[in-house]
Design a protein around this ligand. Structure first.
Ligand code: SF4
Length: 438
């Protein structure tokens, strides 16, 4: 009898063609999907051509997804050139899943576009040239970020070489209070274990508090596994997952997949249980995602800007939460709203709160709404929407607050949930959403 395996071990065993494997073994894997974007795609393509030949073909054109998303709405010539390289490569290789800028296929942030377009499936191995590829662990798959050289190798062979991570298990018990979101839960975890607390480990999220979350909130949890150094974040698939995957899968050919769960008796190298009913809104102070405080401890800190966007905080769930607080009120500081994808942007017009669209609520409150992309989450060229071009203080729904991350090296970035960011936008001070909720 093989030893019981965690969910991550089971997924990797399937990809390795093995009945069983154990943490710390090094294995060859068959990769199901390789994703790249405009920042790392050109480098990956260059290495692929260098090693496999100028006229080499990718290993499987159905398994490569290219999504330009980072530096899109800019006059920066080098950023525009990167997209030209992707476009030429997609044409040369006849890739069916290239989501080009300036066309109806343009999507926006890759980690949200991937599931929307049906490229995330339980039981699969997804590699991406972006550290937040771990977002897709929310669909019960192994998803992790890799560098350009590894990606070029996978592009040519469909394989990768990987050490099986040990698994840490985080259990959230209880019913989430309305003033908390997945962002509070993951900031609490990162604050507790530190930015290196899960280095090269799988972070499995479990418990009734997790399975009560919608799919977008589960994505937020897995998205920030990398902020604790995690190799991947993962949540076992349930009906919520499968309903979403089966619906969206039709957009990319309804490919078959295997639903897996951890074996009873699987060994976890670490386990921590949180009672969500006793938790408070959490914030990460400058300049690290593990610089944790309760919002109540830093309440009143002066701010210059609020930013609601990115793969972590730019989904419809995030905007519904923020709009619920901003409705009928006016922001006191510059507030930038950036939908992660064009689909989310369309949702700003169709999603209503008591008959008023989210877009109308944001505009009436005085917020500025940008086009779907990463925008200022990664700083970008100086003409990027929402970029911190001066040393100001910003509260943001994004996932990183290292110096310079959103632009100016001396800017201060506080990471928080969309509820906390919206409440703070109304006062210009760090504010507790419990004081602002309708
Ligand atoms: S939104 Fe931010 S964290 Fe997400 S992929 Fe873009 S730059 Fe990275």
């Amino acid at each position: 009898m093989p030893a019981p395996m965690t969910l991550t071990e089971k997924i990797l065993a399937r990809a390795a063609g093995r009945d069983s494997l154990a943490a710390d073994e090094t294995v060859w894997l068959d990769v199901d999907v390789l994703m790249t974007h405009d920042v790392c795609g050109p480098g990956t393509i260059g290495i692929f051509k260098q090693h496999f030949g100028e006229h080499a073909k990718v290993w499987d054109r159905e398994k490569i997804v290219i999504i330009p998303d980072h530096y899109i709405f800019t006059k920066d010539a080098m950023a525009n050139r990167n997209v030209d390289v992707l476009r030429a490569f997609a044409k040369e290789q006849d890739l069916p899943y290239y989501y080009d800028v300036g066309t109806e296929r343009y999507k926006g942030v890759c980690h949200i576009a991937m599931p929307e377009e049906g490229h995330t499936r339980p039981g699969e191995v997804l590699l991406g040239t972006d550290s937040h590829t771990c977002t897709a662990g929310a669909f019960g798959q192994f998803a992790t970020g890799i560098g350009n050289t590894d990606a070029a190798f996978t592009m040519g062979t469909g394989k990768t070489w990987l050490k099986v991570p040990q698994t840490m298990r985080f259990v959230f018990e209880g019913k989430l209070p309305p003033y908390l979101m997945a962002k509070d839960l993951i900031l609490a975890v990162i604050g507790d274990i530190g930015v290196d607390g899960a280095t090269y480990r799988a972070m499995q999220f479990d418990g009734d508090g997790v399975f009560a979350l919608g799919i977008e909130e589960r994505m937020t949890l897995c998205n920030m596994a990398i902020e604790a150094g995690g190799k991947n974040g993962v949540i076992a698939p349930d009906k919520v997952t499968l309903d979403y995957v089966n619906d969206r899968g039709r957009r990319s050919g309804s490919k078959p997949y295997t639903v897996m769960a951890a074996d009873p008796g699987a060994k976890y190298m670490f386990e921590k249980v949180y009672d969500v009913t006793k938790m408070e809104p959490v914030i990460a102070k400058p300049h690290s995602p593990d610089n944790k405080a309760k919002v109540s401890e830093v309440k009143g800190t002066k701010l210059d800007r609020a930013y609601i966007g990115s793969c972590t905080g730019g989904k419809l769930t995030d905007f519904r939460a923020a709009a619920g607080i901003l409705r009928g009120k006016t922001v006191r500081i510059d507030t930038f709203v950036v939908p992660a994808t064009t689909e989310v942007a369309a949702g700003l017009d169709t999603e209503m709160i008591e008959g008023v669209s989210l877009r109308s609520i944001f505009l009436a409150a005085g917020a500025k709404i940008g086009d779907a992309s990463c925008a200022a989450c990664l700083g970008g060229p100086s003409d990027t929407f929402g970029r911190l071009n001066t040393p100001i203080s910003c509260i943001s729904t994004t996932n990183r607050n290292f110096p310079g991350r959103m632009g100016h090296k001396e800017a201060k970035v506080y990471l928080a949930s969309p509820l906390t960011v919206a409440a703070s936008a109304l006062t210009g001070l760090i504010s507790d959403p419990r004081d602002a909720m309708p």
